[in-house]
Design a binder for this molecule. Structure first.
Ligand code: SF4
Length: 463
């Protein structure tokens, strides 16, 4: 850990994307619209014309934009409101949006992965969540053994609500904890006592949820290495199956809520590094496996098993065990991936309702990937998931000479090798243990958009 020196940081801690997609969403263009997306759906349908049952399983994402109160660190697309009647109206439109999608890709398509994110999905009442699941089941076939997950704000659920989620078919929960320290919670306007989270996680285990994830953030106001160490000890005591540890990116010019954070209360870069290294030591010391970038999992959790078996994937929700499936995204601002395309829905409720009232899919922008995009995506995902790229399989899959095609990139990797971040071999290259801290930086070498773009300041720093 001490090998992460200030010199390395000043050289490689540059702003960069998290690569939940490639090309990244900021490269999407408005020239790609609903018609292009419909074409992608129709092409998918044409690949399995006789039986939906034989189609490759889909992934579904549903964005619920409402939250009851504002967390000051928030960078999500959300609407703060206490008017719960808005949820019922939104559900009506979601139902109509689902019908528009399945009108083009076909009814009864198999689904192996569902994720409800937000905002706060548990802003929906139990009855509304039940109705949403009914709508999805009317149009899709949710496969047994699939991964069905929901983000849970501990302040919005009770033991009874957890039982309802289980009953509805969810088998994975993700709790937004961020930090257990009361002072930090006050500074970010998200007060949720540790006892409440412990009681909910206990109950979720008793109910038999297959995997429980906890989200943490380091770099928040009033966090110190000492206070964060206490949170880490509590998280180890809680022992969730998975831990996602994110760095807080303070970008108040982009995300308005962050303007309420007092800059003087933010930990300095050195303290952030200290918190990250202590977190890694604490979780590894407690038996967690380092899955990659910001994810840890217990050795018998599906994510850790997939990592060991080289089956890890990456999608808009982060790391996943599910193969690279098409993703249908529902709701405002949601991003989908069908075939060699990405598409994103409009960001405001008004535009969303207008599009659906007009009988249109609410796609506002997207991208049809070129062959070069697809090659680079394969390389970037191999770096982010396996931390390694083998030349021969890439050459066979894409009919190219890897080291010639990526000559400038390989040159840049040599510099990273000199700093101990990657090892270059005859058959491929791999990210070192130290290099995992800068894995985004390794992937960035293959991002031709970024290399051509001088304006990188809009991304968060790596650490
Ligand atoms: S962090 Fe999550 S719960 Fe908080 S305001 Fe943002 S979307 Fe809502």
């Amino acid at each position: 850990m001490t090998a992460v020196t200030p010199e390395l940081l000043s050289r490689f801690d540059v702003p960069g994307p998290r690569y939940t997609s490639f090309p990244t969403a900021d490269r999407f263009v408005e020239a790609f619209g609903a018609d292009d997306y419909i074409l992608a759906l129709q092409q998918r349908k044409a690949q399995s014309p006789f039986a939906a049952a034989r189609a490759l399983p889909l992934s579904l994402y549903v964005h619920v934009p409402f939250c009851e109160s504002l967390c000051y660190y928030c960078a999500c697309n959300k609407i703060i409101t206490k008017h719960h009647e808005k949820a019922a109206e939104y559900l009506d439109y979601l139902a109509r949006e689902v019908a528009l999608h399945t009108g083009h890709c076909g009814q009864g398509q198999p689904v192996s992965q569902l994720h409800l994110g937000g905002g706060t999905p548990t802003f929906f009442s139990d009855a509304e969540l039940g109705r949403l699941m009914d709508i999805l089941r009317q149009h899709f076939r949710l496969e047994a053994g699939g991964e069905y997950s929901i983000e849970v704000d501990p302040r919005t659920v009770s033991n009874e609500r957890l039982a309802v989620l289980k009953e509805l078919g969810f088998n994975r929960l993700s709790f937004g904890v961020q930090d257990f320290d009361p002072e930090v919670q006050k500074a970010v306007h998200r007060v949720q006592p540790a006892e409440q989270v412990f009681a909910l996680v206990d109950e979720a285990r008793r109910l038999g949820f297959a995997s429980i994830n906890v989200d943490l953030i380091y770099g928040l106001p009033r966090q110190t290495p000492e206070s964060f160490a206490r949170t880490l000890a509590q998280v180890n005591e809680l022992r969730p199956d998975r831990i996602a540890l994110y760095a807080y990116a303070h970008l108040p010019e982009r995300f308005k809520p962050q303007r309420r954070i007092i800059p003087a209360e933010l930990p300095m870069g050195g303290d952030k590094i200290h918190m990250l290294s202590r977190a890694i030591e604490a979780f590894m010391g407690a038996g967690y496996c380092y899955v990659g970038m910001d994810h840890f999992a217990l050795p018998d959790d599906a994510l850790a098993v997939a990592k060991r078996q080289g089956r890890l994937h990456r999608n808009f929700q982060g790391y996943s065990t599910q193969p690279d499936c098409d993703l249908i995204a529902l709701g405002v601002s949601a991003i989908g991936k069908v075939g060699a395309t990405y598409s994103q829905n409009v960001k405001t409720l008004e535009e969303y309702y207008d599009a659906i009232d007009g009988g249109q899919l609410p796609v506002v922008r997207g991208l049809a990937l070129s062959r070069d995009d697809l090659v680079r995506r394969a390389v970037i995902m191999a770096i982010m998931c396996q931390g390694a790229v083998l030349y021969e399989p890439m050459e066979q899959a894409w009919l190219l000479n890897f080291r010639k095609y990526f000559a400038p990139e390989m040159q840049a990797l040599k510099e990273m090798e000199g700093n101990g971040l990657v090892e270059l071999g005859e058959e491929g290259f791999q990210v070192t243990a130290l290099g995992w801290f800068f894995v985004r930086g390794v992937a960035m070498q293959f991002d031709r958009y970024l290399q051509a773009d001088k304006n990188r300041a809009r991304f968060s720093r790596i650490i």
